[in-house]
Write a protein that binds this ligand. Structure first.
Ligand code: NAP
Length: 216
């Protein structure tokens, strides 16, 4: 499929590289044309303006720093009918406070007719560069939050293109939870603690059915 990318930084690089490798047509768009061209030529895809990337993509990836998000959305023009993948976060070290708890809802409000899916915000860009992002023999799970079934299906495919497994994160109302999860988890990583150790495997997560529960 055709994918437009807004931004020419680390996340744009990591994900565009993977999708180009998987056979998608990609156009990098950035506010500074030379930066879009430098990334695009390095990974062998097209370059354009932000607006050209918006027109090019059936799906678009929003990969800019939070303070620039709404400027970029105003610049790209209409995105009606497009799948917009929002990988942005609004928290930062050292306080990990989420600056826009409903960021993805705000993004959806700014792009009427686009189908926003929050995804890829939970892991460091270096993780998305791995081929595949797999640890201890298990593919990485990638939670998705979105309201449109068709858009979720598209992003599920793009997740699988990386060798990852999509996880059902519910509607866009829950995108704030996903960012808060990212903020909390990154805080643990930065403290030198492994968040994976706080999560029991699925089969132990909600306990064994008790006799009273199964008696009907
Ligand atoms: N890095 C990670 O590990 C990671 C992981 C998960 C999620 N994220 C999220 O992904 C997004 C991108 O992160 P990144 O690491 O790719 O950042 P980055 O390497 O710093 O690149 C940021 C991109 O955003 C553009 N940008 C910044 N402000 C802008 C503005 N006002 N108008 C237009 N473009 C603007 C930059 O353009 P210029 O070059 O012109 O400044 C650049 O292309 C962020 O929201 C971040 O929170 C990052």
């Amino acid at each position: 499929m055709r994918i437009g990318v807004f931004g020419a930084g680390n996340m744009a690089d990591a994900l565009a590289t993977q999708w180009a490798r998987a056979g998608h047509e990609v156009m990098i768009g950035a506010r500074v044309p030379a930066r879009a061209e430098a990334l695009a030529s390095r990974i062998g895809v097209r370059a354009g303006t932000l607006r050209e990337a918006a027109r090019f993509g059936e799906a678009v990836l929003l990969a800019v720093m939070y303070p620039g998000v709404h400027d970029v959305l105003a610049e790209v023009g209409p995105l009606e009918g497009r799948v917009l993948i929002d990988c942005t976060n609004t928290f930062a070290n050292p306080d990990f406070a989420v600056k826009s708890p409903n960021g993805a809802k705000g993004i959806a409000a700014a792009v009427p007719g686009a189908h926003v899916v929050k995804a890829f915000n939970l892991c460091h860009e270096s993780v998305w560069r791995r081929t595949p992002p797999e640890f201890d023999g298990r593919p990485l799970g990638v939670p998705l939050c979105g309201d449109d079934r068709g858009a979720l299906k598209v992003v599920e495919g793009l997740v699988r293109d990386l060798g990852c497994e999509p996880l059902r994160g519910g509607g866009l109302d829950r995108a704030g939870q996903l960012e808060a999860t990212a903020a909390f988890v990154v805080g643990l990583y930065v403290a030198g603690d492994d968040p994976a150790t706080m999560l029991p495997p699925l089969e132990f997560a909600i306990g064994e059915p008790r006799p009273a529960d199964s008696a009907g």
